[in-house]
Every structure is written in structure tokens, then in C-alpha cells.
Design a protein around this ligand. Structure first.
Ligand SMILES: [Zn+2]
Length: 133
């Protein structure tokens, strides 16, 4: 796929932490209940940890009980792209801009969309909402 942001493997290794690299560039998964954001409730936007692309609004975050940050919808439909996981079973979610592996999407989410975007904290970076006024 032609990503808008492309870097060599070496560059990604230099920019990212080892954990971020393992998850976003090698299709890894962090252990449940260990990530920075699974139990985090700040108000703001979650952007891609690799490129800063806005991915999820905190308003769409909910407690799925899985131990991973879970969202009902992305900020924009075009923020992410889907692919069939290499296991052939799950649907992988990738950053639309840089192709970072973010997590997976499942069909057991809350209404109205019914989607559960099950993300890795290491793929996300939280940006707090600016104070109004
Ligand atoms: Zn990205």
C-alpha cells in the first residue's frame, strides 16, 4: 500500500521506542492491562504514535473490559484502514497515513456502530483537549 509517510526500517527503529516498534512495525500486541491507556480517562484526541495522525476521540472510548484501549468509532472513517490479519481471521487496523499497526476491530462493540476498535496503547499518543475560554 502507498502510505503518505514512509520511512526505512532503520528510521522507525530510531524514532520509536522498542515496544512501539515491536507493536506498530512488527504487528505486535501488548499484554492486556499493561498499556498506558487501557484505564485512562482523559478528554482529548488519541493520535498515531508513529506519525501524529488523529485516530480516536476520547468521547468514543469505552471500557470493554479487555485490558486494551477500546473505541466505538475512529475520528474519521478515513483515519484508519483495515486489512485482513495474517492469521486470516481478524481484521487488522492500520494508520491511514503511515501504515502503523494499531490493533484489531471486532464486531462486538457498543451501539450504534457495534464496532470495537481494540487498540494497543503503544500505537497511540494522547493529546489533551485544549481549555476553552
Ligand atoms: Zn501513523
Amino acid at each position: 500500500m502507498g502510505w503518505k509517510i514512509t520511512r526505512s526500517d532503520e528510521e522507525w527503529r530510531r524514532i520509536l521506542t522498542p515496544e512501539q516498534y515491536r507493536i506498530t512495525r512488527q504487528q505486535g500486541t501488548e499484554p492486556p492491562f499493561t498499556g498506558e491507556y487501557h484505564n485512562f480517562k482523559g478528554e482529548g484526541i488519541y493520535v498515531c504514535s508513529n506519525c501524529g495522525n488523529p485516530l480516536f476521540n476520547s468521547a468514543a472510548k469505552y471500557d470493554s473490559g479487555t485490558g486494551w484501549p477500546s473505541f466505538g468509532v475512529p475520528v474519521l472513517e478515513i483515519s484508519v484502514v483495515m486489512a485482513t490479519d495474517k492469521d486470516g481471521m481478524r481484521t487488522e487496523v492500520l494508520c491511514q497515513r503511515c501504515g502503523a499497526h494499531l490493533g484489531h476491530v471486532f464486531g462486538d462493540g457498543p451501539p450504534p456502530g457495534g464496532q470495537r476498535y481494540c487498540m494497543n496503547s503503544a500505537a497511540l499518543e494522547f493529546v489533551a483537549a485544549k481549555c476553552k475560554g
